[in-house]
Design a protein around this ligand. Structure first.
Ligand code: GLP
Length: 244
């Protein structure tokens, strides 16, 4: 779906999320959200915060799983995705902190494989992800599934692509400070979600969005695997849709 203005995309995505939260609330059930970081989803989070404050939308029945975190990374560091999520969403809403899951960047490298298995199990135990939000990186990554990530890949430690580290350089005040690794949900983990919404804004995302949507389904562009999902939607502004 292409909408002229990113604000319209944000409103539509936030509305869909809010509706599902309310339906589940009425049924006395939880709503499991897969959440993303980066500049792309911030407008959706702002809209959800507004709905909480102005319309009384409650997140008490929401369980969340974030896609990824840099490794190593302390949760209070400026570039931490824990901190990002707190600043943009969690600290402004009534979600129960024990229902929030963001991959842990503070582990020792030996602890990571077991931790990643436990992250997968926690998602399954929560009933699976109802709606997964995604942005897209210039390498075609979703989460941090860099080129080479297979369709069946699960939560794991991954080496970041050079392009991704260049794009993150300004956040880290120089590329030499950007971590070389991250923990990310796998492509398979993402594809298990019952509904997937990927968003892309701006001309910088036009080429890779077209490759993901209309190109070959290939591990070279992890987002291309969304073509095989029965309930995935890509929402773009006009600039990001320019190469379609
Ligand atoms: C990072 C995140 C991705 C995100 C991407 C794009 O690499 N790990 O989940 O989609 O950045 O970021 P932005 O939305 O700022 O363009």
């Amino acid at each position: 779906q292409v909408l002229t203005d990113p604000a319209d995309v944000n409103a539509a995505v936030a509305r869909e999320i809010a509706e599902l939260i309310r339906v589940r609330q009425a049924e006395g059930k939880t709503c499991v959200l897969g959440l993303a970081t980066g500049s792309t989803p911030t407008g959706v989070y702002a809209e959800l915060v507004r709905m909480h404050k102005e319309e009384g939308l409650s997140f008490k029945n929401v369980v969340s799983f974030n896609l990824d975190e840099y490794f190593p990374m302390q949760p209070n560091e400026l570039q931490s995705y824990h901190r990002f999520m707190n600043e943009h969403l969690f600290s402004h809403i009534d979600i129960d902190p024990k229902n929030v899951h963001v991959p842990d960047g503070t582990l020792s490298i030996e602890e990571v494989p077991h931790y990643c298995q436990a992250y997968e199990k926690a998602i399954r135990d929560a009933g699976g992800i109802d709606i997964q939000l995604l942005g897209i990186g210039r390498t075609g990554h979703i989460g941090f599934n860099e080129p080479g990530s297979g369709k069946g890949s699960r939560t794991r430690l991954i080496w970041l692509d050079r392009k991704t580290r260049i794009d993150a350089a300004s956040d880290f005040f120089g590329m030499e400070n950007v971590p070389t690794k991250a923990i990310t949900m796998g492509v398979g983990t993402i594809l298990d979600a019952r509904r997937i919404i990927m968003m892309a804004f701006g001309e910088g995302k036009a080429r890779i969005s077209a490759e993901a949507i209309e190109g070959e389904v290939t591990p070279v562009v992890a987002a291309s695997f969304l073509q095989d999902h029965p309930n995935a939607q890509v929402m773009l502004d006009s600039a990001a849709a320019a190469h379609l």
